[in-house]
Design a protein around this ligand. Structure first.
Ligand SMILES: [Zn+2]
Length: 477
């Protein structure tokens, strides 16, 4: 330091330099904000996402991971990315155990014989050929089942947790816990089979499937969901005080392993092609419906957002990467494979968010980013506020289902929370079909994704992605 520089000025200079190096705020240039605003408004009146959803549900339909339609869906996605003008289209392998569903039946055989609408849970083994008949023991909650202990030995266990509809869908936390953990618990207690009231909020005779989880070396028993009206029926019959005998006949089970793939389309960045904004949805679905809300809509929202950015006169500064994930439904296999394959490039992921909660409007945004990027998040929030998105600065962002795995590695992430009030009426049922999607609400999602992805791609500075960042901010979804 020269003695000619007054010491106070030297101190100020040193402070400014240190502050600039340590904490330069991330900023989105004005031009990018106005382009994003125009993108937002264009997306509200663009048919791409609807057309993509219609195409996937019509031309492929149900997309159970590992089924023949798994391959057809990937071929569809590759062709669709190309048709939508993406610069680069490629796949990355995802391997998982394959589960197959062949048939499923249930009926009460005594005291008042009646058929029941039932669906096997993913990873359920089948019953012995010809079915399994036993006495049903009913429990309102998993805790009540736990407390029953040995008493359930040889019985068919039923757990009847009732989900209520909410905008944020929070009852699915317990609903899905009964489904994922109930069968393994009942099996350990010696039960012969497990049934649950569907994890859903409807009153249709459409049972809700979904995956269950076993301990690696633990016992496994046939496990299935009853539709809500059939769960009511069983409860009414049990209330008569006489033993209820039920017959369950499931033909399903494991069938080796299967290698699918994440299908990826990119709009290549012109200044920083190696830095990516990651968006997406999952390509697989459950098999009773056509997987429209779960998750053709998410794939379509992300594809349409990437497409609209690709239609701009100039490529964005950073790459927009749209990922159609393989096998989310049976355990985030696509998301985990992506996070493993890209763990070393976590710092190259500018920001990420996946759409996987239907096609209802986005009503809330939250973020997990470094403190110096909060101003840029506020800029994004300001563009999204006029279309009904409220920024909650107190909540973390989780990145959505599959991308939660990359967030766990340190990717900065948004949560763009959709209105889930009706989502669990149709989720994982035969009623997950195209007619449940409102075009305007779907387009609002595209507007959100296109605007945020473009602004993140144009930002001066980053959002704090680094190995191990955000390890302690909790789940945002
Ligand atoms: Zn999903």
């Amino acid at each position: 330091m020269s003695r000619l520089v007054p010491s106070s000025l030297a101190l100020v200079c040193a402070f400014v330099a240190a502050a600039a190096a340590a904490a330069a705020p991330t900023r989105i240039p004005d031009a990018a904000v106005s382009t994003a605003t125009a993108l937002r408004d264009r997306a509200l009146h663009d048919d791409t996402a609807w057309n993509v959803t219609e195409s996937l549900t019509t031309e492929v339909g149900p997309r159970l991971a590992g089924s023949d339609n798994d391959l057809r869906a990937r071929e569809w996605a590759i062709a669709k990315f190309k048709a939508l003008g993406f610069d680069k289209v490629y796949t990355e392998p995802v391997t998982f155990p394959k589960w197959v569903r062949r048939s499923e039946h249930a009926a009460i055989v005594a005291p008042f014989p009646q058929p029941l609408a039932v669906t096997a849970l993913g990873y359920s083994p089948g019953t012995p050929a010809g079915g399994l008949t036993g006495e049903v023991m009913l429990f309102p909650t998993l805790d009540a089942l736990k407390a029953a202990g040995d008493a359930v030995r040889g019985k068919i266990v039923y757990v009847g947790f009732r989900m209520q509809p909410h905008q944020d869908g929070h009852d699915y936390g317990m609903g899905s816990t009964v489904r994922t953990h109930g069968p393994a618990l009942a099996a350990k207690l010696g039960a012969a089979a497990f049934l649950l009231r569907s994890a859903g909020t409807d009153s249709n005779r459409t049972p809700h499937t979904g995956v269950t989880q076993w301990e690696a070396d633990g016992p496994r028993i046939p496990a299935a969901a009853l539709s809500a009206p059939d769960a009511d029926l069983l409860e009414h019959m049990a209330a008569r005080g006489k033993p209820v005998q039920l017959k369950l006949d499931l033909d399903c089970g494991m069938d080796g392993t299967y290698t699918s793939a994440n299908v990826i389309g990119e709009i290549t960045g012109r200044r920083h092609p190696g830095q990516v904004v990651a968006i997406g949805g999952h390509l697989d679905s459950w098999d009773p419906g056509t997987g429209a809300i779960d998750d053709a809509a998410g794939v379509a929202i992300a594809m349409a957002a990437g497409h609209l950015i690709g239609e701009l006169p100039q490529r964005p500064d950073r790459t927009i990467r749209v990922i159609a994930f393989a096998n989310e439904e049976q355990g985030l296999f696509g998301g985990r494979a992506y996070a493993e394959a890209h763990a070393k490039q976590v710092g190259k992921h500018q920001l990420g968010s996946e759409s996987d909660f239907g096609a209802g409007k986005v009503w809330r945004m939250s973020a997990s980013v470094k403190p110096e990027a909060r101003g840029a998040i506020q800029q994004i929030a300001d563009v999204l506020a006029p279309i009904g998105v409220a920024y909650d600065a107190q909540r973390p962002g989780g990145g959505g289902s599959d991308l939660s795995q990359m967030h766990a590695k340190g990717m900065a992430a948004l949560s763009l929370t959709q209105d889930g009030t009706r989502y669990f009426d149709w989720h994982h049922t035969g009623n997950d079909t195209l007619d449940k999607i409102d075009r305007d609400e779907l387009n609002q999602n595209v507007a959100v994704y296109a605007a945020f992805a473009y602004m993140a791609a144009q930002a001066k500075g980053d959002f704090g992605s680094a190995p191990g960042a955000f390890a302690h901010d909790g789940a945002g979804d």
